[in-house]
Design a protein around this ligand. Structure first.
Ligand code: BDR
Length: 312
């Protein structure tokens, strides 16, 4: 069973990812949710994490608040996609639990130092601020991490917050660079693959038909965030980003990619936050990430539905 620290700024697609993790208790033990400033400010991402755990009936999982803004920049949010609460759509239950008082950065450090080396996976659904801060504060944690699996970046599918940058990297490019340079085994699930995972009508109907609490709530959340993406892309369904992370951990055969160098642009006036993936090995820059480019949407949604169906 994989032990997970989840970095997240929910966000409807991230809600689906978190619920998916909770719906696979034989595969995952979620050690804690580190709320990140990203899609919306930290106060809301903390509240949204708490609401999701309440919805899933898992108030035993700690929620900790991380940094209120990126390492060096002002926060850019995506409320235009996710709504004024960051998680608009269904009426979610008010949480009976509170965030724990430890800071997100310290939670990452302490959890990794306490655990046996190589037993904890960092799942990032959000900007990488808190992991980068933890690596700066406590470099000894790097070799203890089993693996990082992150929804971040874009290369062949270019950008979503700017023409050249994906949101999670754009918000805190310095953090992404620190994490990618830390020498930790890392898998990136960029827009190149998430744009193939479209939440079509039929797929959302199947979620709703699960008839439990979590399936229909997820469908309602995704319908909300879809309305922005459907207009933007004109596709039949919106890309579903976050659940690529748990899906990859559950069944890697659903995806295809290769080990490449990924470098983050920090300075470009048009390309800030761009993830330059050296797919053809043109440079001798060290290969620092497994870059996923392909994925099977049918098996992806089948696994997502299966996990959601196991929840209350
Ligand atoms: C990422 O940006 C956010 O708005 C989504 O929640 C996802 O994490 C996709 O680029």
């Amino acid at each position: 069973k994989r032990k997970l620290i989840v970095l997240t700024d929910p966000g409807q697609d991230q809600a689906a990812a978190i619920l998916m993790m909770l719906g696979a208790p034989d595969a995952f033990e979620v050690l804690g949710l580190v709320a990140t400033a990203g899609n919306i400010d930290l106060r809301h991402t903390v509240a949204n994490c708490l609401k999701l755990l309440e919805l899933a009936g898992r108030p035993d999982i700690p929620v900790v608040a991380g940094c209120p803004r990126p390492m060096t920049r002002d926060l850019v949010t995506a409320v235009h996609v996710h709504g004024p609460t960051g998680l608009d759509g269904p009426d979610l239950p008010e949480p009976s639990i509170q965030a724990s008082p430890v800071h997100g950065v310290d939670f990452i450090i302490e959890t990794l130092r306490r655990a046996q080396p190589h037993t904890v996976t960092i799942c990032s659904l959000s900007p990488l601020t808190n992991l980068a801060m933890a690596l700066v504060k406590a470099p000894d944690i790097a070799p203890r991490i089993h693996e990082i699996v992150a929804m971040a970046g874009a290369y062949f599918e270019v950008g979503n917050i700017t023409p050249s940058a994906e949101f999670n990297v754009y918000v805190d490019p310095e953090a992404a660079r620190i994490v990618l340079d830390a020498g930790i085994p890392t898998t990136l699930l960029p827009l190149d693959v998430t744009h193939k995972m479209l939440s079509t009508r039929t797929r959302l109907e199947a979620m709703r038909a699960l008839g439990n609490r979590c399936g229909p709530a997820t469908a309602e959340m995704l319908e909300f965030s879809e309305s922005f993406d459907l207009q933007k892309y004109g596709w039949e369904g919106a890309p579903l980003h976050g659940p690529c992370v748990p899906t990859f951990m559950l069944d890697q055969t659903i995806f295809g990619g290769r080990q490449v160098n990924v470098s983050v642009e920090l300075a470009g006036t048009l390309t800030q936050g761009m993830t330059v993936a050296d797919w053809w090995g043109i440079t001798d820059r060290p290969k620092n990430a497994f870059w996923i480019r392909d994925g099977d949407p049918y098996r992806y949604y089948a696994l997502l539905l299966d996990c959601l169906g196991r929840l209350p």
